[in-house]
Design a protein around this ligand. Sequence first.
Ligand SMILES: [Ca+2]
Length: 426
Amino acid sequence: MAFLHTPISPLSRGDSKGLKFLTSLKFLYINLHKVFTMKVTHILTIFLSFFFACLIANADENKRYKLKNAFKNLSFDNPLDLQHPGDGTNRIFVVSQDGLIYVFNNNPSVKSAKIFLDIRDKVTSGGELGLLGLAFHPDYKTNGYFYVNYTASNPLRTVIARYTVSSKSRNDANKNSERILFQVNQPYSVHNGGQLAFGPDGYLYIALGNGGSGGDSMNNGQNKSSLLGKILRIDVDCTSENIYYCIPPENPFAGNSQGYKEEIYAYGVRNPWRFSFDPVTGWMWAGDVGQNDWEEIDIMEKGKNYGWRIMEGNHCYNPSSDCDTSGLILPIWEYEHDGQGSCSITGGYVYRGTKFPELYGKYIYGDYCSGSIWALSYDGTNPATNKLLLTADIEISSFGIDKDNEMYICDLNGKIYKLAYKKSKN
Ligand SMILES: [Ca+2]
């Protein structure tokens, strides 16, 4: 601005007419310049915003993902679940389908994993059967309790049990400490669910599939007198001599007189294969495996009916048209079995780690058959949007997180993977 004054200052010595003219000229000049500079600033701002937006968009577009071995020296027989104990240690626990739980330090170059618990003699494994889930008590550090979900034979059933860590070593569980919370007979070998996890309310949530067979032939999903085809919620801190859990009084059917199972939290699910709680929103996210055509993602809420077998995803299933959808909660996302080979959802986690800031708050999940991994964005109001991160030649059996909320992917063929950028050294 300084140069504006310099050429005009001598004019103050001229005549008034000339001065007036020159003052007008100065006024015009200043205003024109103001307009001009404003415009230039404006244009420059817009241009720079656009330029940086393009740059950021391009940078985001260029973030191509790949999988890398998380623990290159380790492999497992049919790994199905990955958990951390939440006790301040940086350890990872991997569940092997046939009845083993391994423990190791969360270090990419860790040499070996130690057997933490071996209940292969109790577990019936194969196909959709086996040791299917592991959850550490929120006060594990103090009480040493952890919970498992497995299938056993004679009769074929699901067992929900508590075990205790050894008093001698934190990397050993006491096999003789089993306390069975409850058992549910399984009519068929399929659709057993398997996940267990503690919610932000401190209650233990358990997923049980509809028990089979195809199409939920027994209609368990809609039968509130059955534990099958449900998300259950129990209070494991309420124990007495031979009882190791209670019904939370807030459960939707607590104290009912119609014979409904009081453990039910939500119903109308087919085979929830992996659910998780977002530690920020507290929402419970579940992937529910479809029957023929549609895989779905649900936000599970207390007392709600998620539709199966009336609906598969957003579509009538039984009956196949004109189904009564009143009172049913539709998924927030669904995808169709397609030419890319997708056929069975594996629910994951809302990413709350720090290594991939662009994925923060997105629900990361995959498909067991196609090996695709996606990031779903959902704010609770607007329709969800979905982005494919990668497709890998693996069978995604489960996702897991460590104490820092960084994510891992279990391949049923044995390895544990993590996400990485294709173009960086990450
Ligand atoms: Ca549904």
